[in-house]
Ligand binder design. Structure first.
Ligand code: F6P
Length: 501
């Protein structure tokens, strides 16, 4: 792999941008009324309209040529077959294996990972069923009513997002999340809980993360002060690759759920990191989540590039970022249940593609991952959308709607969808008024995604779509999307500061 700027396709894109820079979205739609239909792709119950960026057929041809030249397909195959594509850490990247539907072997270091995944899933299922049915009881013999997930980053944001998106379907214990080392986060959760009916799930891939360990220690003290030391075994379980450190913390071997170094934190909700999801919605729903993601994996792996949703999503983002100057992507879910999506995507995208050296260690001379921010519609309309419409920055907006939402009322859904499509239209066409202060320039790029329904299957497909979009872009930029060394310096400095405190 080489820098994308070294390929003729990149230069062709620069020339096309120069040539077409005055062509507006409104003009492209006027020239071709069926543009949206032509540029809409469907897969796994998701629909994505990529027509609202200034991508003409010759631009698309060059973008696809760039994807070929950058070896997106080869790298995709390497990822899905367990090659160590996380080059800086010498690790495979196998979140797709966690949701694989068959038992076809996937080899890492000469051994098949599928049997260990299946064994872990049996353990997760048994535990989930036992807690939800009341076979697993707290130390005083009471049923678990509340689960507290203690973790941060990838050990928090994925489960937090999925649990909040599926809360309406949740039938098990209430699930809470504690991430911040500010004790208010933990105290605010436990002040309303009964220790006798509370289960803590401590999630830390490394089991060395200071914030999580301190929160877990304080939670343990809260439990022990009410129920005594012996209660810990019935009220604490851990998810980690570091079983030794979890044992040192006092977690019994039976209460540990394994994780492997080939699962990146921000790609880990499909593993035992998703235990709190399974506890909230039940094992069959968790399996549907995996099935939806697996369906998107199959689509990503087999669909031709020109009709491949994650590939087109990644290429559209690259066009807007590298050629049209969009420095940010706004994630705008028009669904209250997808409220946590922007936060989840912030880590997924910015920790993965916030890089400035290539996979070979050379400094890049082009932009990589954009700023990700967002808010639920229509709430965000009354906050930062003004900036989207009339600010001086350039942002690519991503709208996400739910076509048939059985948790919304038809009269509310009508208005919600009208607001979403109004924003989409305003960004595209704008409106010229006599008064410049009242003029919306329009011609702002957007992508519109629709989920057929908001259930575990479609949610799984949505998350996998975004994971693969990030992967496609990392491949195009020739960066390693799977390490995060940038955050280490802050951790080291915090330790130095603490040592002097
Ligand atoms: O500091 C960043 C990070 O390493 C993330 O990548 C990760 O998701 C988070 O910290 C939590 O790490 P752990 O699961 O090991 O506690």
């Amino acid at each position: 792999m080489t820098k994308p700027t070294q390929h003729p396709a990149w230069h062709a894109l620069q020339k096309l941008h120069e040539k077409n820079k005055d062509v507006t979205l409104a003009a492209l739609f006027a020239q071709e009324p069926a543009r949206a239909q032509r540029m809409t792709v469907t897969a796994c119950g998701l629909e994505a309209d990529f027509s609202r960026s200034t991508i003409t057929p010759d631009v698309m041809e060059s973008l696809l040529a760039l994807a070929k030249a950058q070896g997106v397909e080869t790298l995709r195959e390497k990822m899905m077959t367990g090659e160590k594509i996380n080059v800086t850490e010498g690790r495979a990247v196998l979140h797709t294996a966690l949701r694989a539907q068959g038992d076809a072997p996937i080899m890492v270091d000469g051994s098949d990972v599928m049997p260990v995944i299946r064994a872990l899933q049996v353990k997760m299922e048994n535990f989930t069923v036992a807690v939800r049915d009341g076979a697993w009881l707290g130390a005083t013999g009471q049923k678990i009513t509340d689960v507290v997930n203690i973790g941060i980053g990838g050990s928090d944001l994925g489960p937090r997002f999925v649990v909040s998106a599926l809360r309406a379907q949740a039938s098990g214990p209430r699930v809470h999340f504690v991430a911040n080392v500010d004790a208010f986060d933990l105290l605010n959760v436990v002040e309303n809980l009964n220790p006798a009916t509370t289960l803590f799930v401590v999630v830390s891939k490394t089991f060395t993360t200071q914030e999580t360990l301190l929160n877990a220690t304080s939670a343990r003290a809260w439990l022990v002060s009410a129920l005594g030391e012996a209660a810990v075994a019935r009220h604490f379980v851990a998810v980690s690759t570091n079983q030794q450190a979890a044992a040192f913390f006092g977690i019994k071997a039976d209460n540990m759920f394994a994780l492997w170094d080939w699962v990146g934190g921000r790609y880990s909700l499909w593993s035992a990191v998703g235990l709190s999801i399974a506890l909230a919605v039940g094992w069959p729903a968790f399996k549907d989540l995996l099935a939806g993601a697996a369906a998107m994996d199959t689509h990503f792996r087999t669909a031709p590039l020109a009709s491949n949703m994650p590939v087109l999503f990644g290429l559209t983002g690259l066009w807007n970022r590298n050629f049209c100057g969009a420095e940010a992507e706004a994630i705008l879910p028009y669904s209250e249940r997808l409220r946590e999506l922007p936060r989840f995507l912030q880590q997924l995208n910015m920790e993965s593609n916030g890089k400035s050296v290539t996979r070979g260690g050379e400094a890049v001379d082009y932009q990589t991952g954009p700023v990700i921010f967002g808010e639920c519609g229509s709430v965000g309309q009354h906050s930062f959308h003004q900036w989207l419409h009339q600010g001086t920055g350039r942002v690519a907006a991503e709208f996400i709607g739910v076509r048939h939402d059985d948790r919304n009322r038809p009269d509310h859904a009508l208005i919600l969808h009208a607001h979403m499509m109004a924003q989409v239209e305003a960004l595209k066409s704008g409106r010229v008024a006599d008064d410049p202060a009242r003029t919306n320039a329009g011609n702002k790029p957007a992508t519109v995604l629709w989920l057929e329904r908001l259930d575990p299957y479609h949610l799984g497909a949505l998350v996998a779509l975004y994971e693969h979009k990030v992967f496609v872009q990392g491949s195009l930029w020739d960066i390693n999307s799977f390490d995060q060394f940038g955050v280490e310096l802050g951790k080291a400095l915090a330790s130095e500061i603490l040592a002097k405190a």
